[in-house]
Design a binder for this molecule. Sequence first.
Ligand code: GSH
Length: 217
Amino acid sequence: MSKEVTIYGTITSPYVNRVVLACRRKGLNHRVFLPEGGSKSPEILAINPLGKIPTIKDGRTVLFESGVIVEYLDVKYPKNRLIPAGANAGAQVRLIGAMCENYILLMLIRLFVQYMNGKPDKAIVADTIKKLDDCLDALNQFIQPGPYAFGKSFSAADCYAVSAMVFLERIGKMMGGTDLLGKNRRNLKRYWTAIKKEPIVKQTMADIRAYAKKTGR
Ligand SMILES: N[C@@H](CCC(=O)N[C@@H](CS)C(=O)NCC(=O)O)C(=O)O
């Protein structure tokens, strides 16, 4: 058993909170820590030449890329498997993860960039929301209506879906209270209502709120 997994980053990052959820599901001691200088600090650049968060240290193992980290933790610490062993179940979990990562998060980051600079380009925002809507419709078809994204227990699909939904709500607030989830995506809405009641999700969302309040980010 690792003494403690060090996760370099801030819990508000969807890539970081995805890894935190994985650690919590597995009951791993972990700490989230951002050195002075942030992702491009000498401490992080020394172990991750891309200077990105999350980067983790687990004993002698150093890794980055949240998806790689989640897979690593799942193999190293098999308790509470995040990715089922069966070919179909494992693929379904990864599929939900890929939809959240490659489509939904991508569109949310586009919106984030627009609203961060204070002068959102209306055409880019409209185009991105249209694409985001298509991605959410697709995810709505694949995700279970809770309590878990796939199967009967918390999996890597939940790590990805929760981090995407938290970020979706954050961007909605940045956009002046826009309901990006929409009224008609029943599965997704029911999923989000149910998974928020899971203690590890509650705890992670409380940590995100506390960090955002403390730092104003
Ligand atoms: N594909 C990476 C993305 C990591 C990423 O882009 N992290 C952002 C934080 S949300 C970051 O490190 N940004 C700092 C930078 O690019 O300098 C992963 O899954 O870990």
